[in-house]
Ligand binder design. Structure first.
Ligand SMILES: Cc1ncc(C[n+]2csc(CCOP(=O)(O)OP(=O)(O)O)c2C)c(N)n1
Length: 256
């Protein structure tokens, strides 16, 4: 890790566990930044250097091709089909191995275009956050990107989404596992314990709640489901049976 001074800029002082702070600036972030920025030197980084670094990071995070649909493909195709449909969805992202592809490969333009529980990183965030975002701005579609474990923790909220007629698309990356924890167990050479199950059929569950559910395991079916989903006014769920084999490599690239 690089030995660099850490400046903590936050609304409130809270000692983070992942670093030690050399200097803290607390209070209104906007006001404090306004005061600080004029005192800072221009960054020595050029726009080209930043772009090259970004490309390098994305290439390192690329999800390796396998037998089925991978998480990177899930995220990238959702972006392409949104553009084809002429919409600019907000996304919400859950906690788990799927979040790395969501955060790396979704392009956004404005603050609040992507909502994630950062730091606390709680599971079962993406679906309720998507409902709240859709109620806040009903015309703008919201995509909730979640793992099957996170969705199982808040399944009843699918009914809330139906009752409230929210314009949300829940994309569940269904791998029948708490992959992030499963991988940590494997890294420690432990037996898999309490982290795997038969992949549930979330499309059936969504249909049972009165929403629209699709279950896909082929790229072409996923694309068709996305086209339908962006046409729907009410909530849709796309249950994507994914190939999780590349998660360990991706996590290694990110966390070392
Ligand atoms: C409420 C809560 N419980 C436990 C955790 C610890 N945790 C982080 S990721 C994860 C597994 C997530 O599994 P899943 O939703 O299936 O996503 P995947 O890792 O398979 O992509 C767990 C248990 C957490 N972040 N939040």
């Amino acid at each position: 890790m690089a030995a660099l001074p850490v400046i903590d800029i936050a609304t409130m002082h809270h000692e983070p566990h992942y670093t030690s702070i050399d200097c803290g600036v607390y209070g209104s972030i906007a006001n404090n930044l306004e005061l600080l920025i004029p005192q800072c030197e221009q960054s020595a980084w050029s726009a080209n250097e930043i772009a090259a670094l970004r490309e390098k990071m994305l290439a390192a995070l690329a999800y390796p091709n396998g037998d089925g649909i991978g998480p990177q493909e899930v995220v990238v195709l959702a972006g392409i089909e949104a553009r084809n449909a002429g919409v600019d969805p907000r996304i919400t992202v859950d906690a788990g191995a799927h979040m790395f592809s969501a955060m790396a490969f979704w392009n956004c333009n404005e603050p609040m275009d992507v909502l994630i529980s950062n730091g606390l990183a709680t599971m079962a965030f993406a679906l309720p956050a998507a409902i709240a975002a859709a109620l806040h701005e009903p015309e703008r579609p919201v995509i909730a990107i979640t793992g099957d474990g996170g969705l199982l923790m808040c399944l009843g909220e699918l009914l809330t989404a139906v009752q409230q007629r929210t314009r949300i698309i829940v994309i569940v990356l269904n791998d029948g596992s708490l992959s992030l924890i499963d991988i940590k167990q494997q890294q420690r050479e432990m037996q898999p314990r309490g982290v795997r199950w038969e992949r549930p059929d979330f499309a059936e569950i969504m249909n049972g709640f009165g929403g629209r559910g699709f279950r896909v395991s082929e790229t072409s079916d996923y694309e068709k489901a996305l086209v339908e989903a962006f046409r729907e006014p009410g909530p849709v769920l796309i249950d994507v049976v994914i190939d999780p084999h590349g998660y360990p490599q991706q996590i290694k690239a990110l966390r070392g």
